[in-house]
Design a protein around this ligand. Structure first.
Ligand code: MN
Length: 258
């Protein structure tokens, strides 16, 4: 009894010593998010645009996201904390991504989501443009088998600006996402979410890879002959390590700059 109280007190003291309320130190969260930005840029998922965020596990009503700079340049000092209205906390003179409402409204609508990636991946653009659905071709992208919806800004009341620059547009996008792992944005790009930062980043990478493979397969055999993963394979084929090996490898590559 005394021992367990002692452990509990130790946990409170340790937690109080950290800037984040939760068990993960703030500096660890920022380091993870820096790595995610560098990985997505280094692996070609993002160019000079796009952004990745992580919910604060110790304060689920807020999330971390870089200020408005290219992902490949992000350092810990660039990362801001936001509330679920998309307001930066203590931003100073730093400017925010105009599309931060993609993140804030998904976190509001989906308590299970711990990370969000938004990218302008050219590989996926043809799918939303044609209405041909993305379908899983290999086990690394089995998550696509649940169906990837398409968000059309016109349906959300956009006047032609294809970006999500308001809470209302963010809410509409989150409604289109529903319980799915990601969506396509017509004429714009994609959004992936995950129960962890590593999974959200890996889903982004493998959705792009699958899009390339799907185009190649269609060119080889015609769409009617392509053999996609079936429903059973979709359920069973996800990587057993939740992409942790991929994350470690990509992080190493990004740190080496190759
Ligand atoms: Mn965008």
């Amino acid at each position: 009894m005394i021992r367990s109280i002692g452990i509990a007190l130790l946990m409170v003291v340790c937690t109080g010593a950290q800037q984040s309320v939760g068990p993960i130190p703030r500096q660890t969260i920022l380091a993870e998010l820096v790595a995610a930005n560098r990985i997505l840029a280094n692996e070609g998922v993002m160019d000079s645009y796009g952004h990745v965020s992580m919910r604060d596990p110790g304060n689920p009503g807020s999330f971390f996201l870089s200020r408005d700079i290219p992902p490949g340049n992000v350092s810990a000092a660039d990362i801001l904390q936001y509330d679920l209205d998309g307001n930066a906390i203590a931003a100073g003179n730093a400017s925010s991504y105009s599309e931060r409402f993609i993140h804030s409204e998904i976190y509001r609508a989906r308590p299970d989501v711990m990370a969000v990636v938004h990218a302008h991946s050219q590989e996926v653009i043809p799918f939303a443009a044609t209405g041909i659905p993305l379908q899983p071709l290999f086990h690394m992208a089995a998550f696509l088998g649940v169906g990837i919806p398409v968000f059309d800004p016109r349906d959300a009341g956009s006047s032609g600006d294809l970006s999500v620059r308001s809470p209302a547009m963010g809410k509409s996008l989150a409604a289109t996402l529903g319980a799915k792992p990601g969506l396509l944005m017509r004429g714009h790009g994609m959004v992936l979410v995950g129960p962890s930062l590593h999974v959200a980043v890996a889903r982004s990478y493998y959705m792009n890879a699958n899009a390339q493979l799907q185009v190649q397969s269609a060119q080889l055999g015609g769409t009617s002959k392509v053999h996609y993963l079936d429903a059973d394979e979709t359920m069973k084929a996800s990587p057993v390590d939740n992409y942790e090996r991929a994350w470690a490898w990509w992080k190493q590559r990004a740190e080496k700059g190759k």
